[in-house]
Design a protein around this ligand. Structure first.
Ligand SMILES: Cc1ncc(COP(=O)(O)O)c(C=O)c1O
Length: 361
């Protein structure tokens, strides 16, 4: 086996090789501290520089004005499913949710534990979540409208976001954050577990706008309050130091090596285009998402039989391509081609798929 395989894992997922190499090179003596990043104080100047740089890079990549705050929390995106409604839905207030798959369904379930006023205003459940709903009517007066920007399991993604008539959008961007240029001005809150497009598992990025922060409850346990974490710049308690450090390196890689979000978006379009064009040209492989709802990050497809799918995944693994099995809840195959998955990996996958259909099709 070569040292590193082509990694199509859905998350935790591939990290950029230069980032891994930098971590390796700096591990024993981080910035001349004589300690590794795993051993230094979160209150040290060396770590605060990392944290502040990560915050600044999120802001510069998205072009965020000062009214947006960036914090790094723990508990995964799953904690945001309840933390957001807990903070924002004071008694009597309501929120809109769009259901586009497993993760949206979970977000709705958690929100309903905290509020009786959760409106599911659109859903693609009628066709097994293979599309992104259109022509959505939002409920006037809702505090926010929640959606999942990329559906990791079903392989769908919002190509553009709906006009909410002024209701702040809230998005779970766990599986497509920073995959393309995006105007965040309609968004009041964005969250993303890091382990797909940003860094390692164990840290969650939250971006919150001042007007939503002002509406948050203050009578919450400190760790569950956005106001705590914003006012303390993610340093209320010991933050996930190593995760934030890796995120900072990944952000630097996007900005300085890739060339920013325009370039990142072009590269992701090229990768996804290559794979979808190939799938569309072969009856043997059937993409599962509607064409206009396809994800650039998670490409889901079926083969004629489950046996062939199993054979496909095993044969790919033998050729050093990992992570192609679909989510256990849906079966089939899935290639997760996040930011850090190189074009070369997708080209290699397509060559393998051509050969597979030639011999088994
Ligand atoms: C879109 C989306 N939201 C939420 C989650 C759950 O994230 P976490 O494991 O960080 O709680 C996932 C995990 O795969 C996901 O893909």
């Amino acid at each position: 086996m070569t040292e590193r395989i082509y990694n199509f894992n859905p998350g935790p997922a591939a990290l950029p090789l230069p980032v891994l190499e930098e971590i390796q090179a700096d591990l024993l003596n981080f910035k001349n501290t004589g300690m590794s990043i795993l051993e230094i104080s979160h209150r040290s100047g060396a770590f605060e520089a990392v944290l502040n740089d990560a915050v600044a890079r999120v802001k510069s990549l998205f072009g965020l004005p000062d009214s947006y705050h960036v914090v790094f929390l723990q508990g995964g995106a799953s904690t945001q499913f309840f933390m957001a409604p807990m903070n924002l839905l004071k008694p009597g207030l309501s929120a809109d949710y769009v259901n586009t798959g497993t993760w949206s369904t979970k977000a709705i379930k958690e929100a309903r534990l905290l509020s009786q006023n959760i409106h599911v205003i659109a859903s693609s459940e009628d066709r097994n979540f293979c599309y992104i709903p259109k022509n959505i009517q939002f409920t006037s007066g809702s505090v926010y409208a929640h959606l999942t920007s990329n559906n990791t399991i079903k392989g769908t993604q919002w190509a553009e976001f709906p006009d909410t008539d002024g209701i702040p959008l809230m998005a779970d961007m766990s599986s497509d954050i920073l995959c393309r240029p995006l105007d965040l001005s309609p968004f009041g809150l964005v969250y993303a577990g890091a382990q797909k497009n940003l860094g390692p598992a164990g840290v969650t990025l939250v971006i919150i706008r001042q007007d939503l922060l002002d509406r948050c409850r203050v009578d919450l346990p400190s760790m569950l309050s956005y106001q705590t974490h914003v006012s303390k710049n993610s340093l209320y308690n010991t933050p996930p130091v190593f995760g934030i450090y890796v995120i900072q390196l990944v952000l630097k890689w996007i900005e300085e090596t890739i060339g920013g979000l325009e370039a990142m978006g072009r590269l992701n379009e090229q990768k996804a285009g290559l794979l979808y064009d190939f799938l569309d040209g072969e009856d043997f492989y059937q993409p599962t998402a509607d064409r206009d709802s396809r994800s650039m990050m998670n490409v889901t497809f079926r083969l004629p039989t489950v046996d062939l799918e199993n054979e496909f995944v095993a044969a790919a693994q033998k050729q050093e391509m990992g992570g192609l099995k679909g989510h256990r809840s849906v079966g089939g195959c899935r290639a997760s081609i996040y930011n850090a998955v190189a074009l070369e990996a997708v080209e290699t996958l397509v060559s393998f798929m051509k050969e597979f259909v030639r011999t088994r099709g």
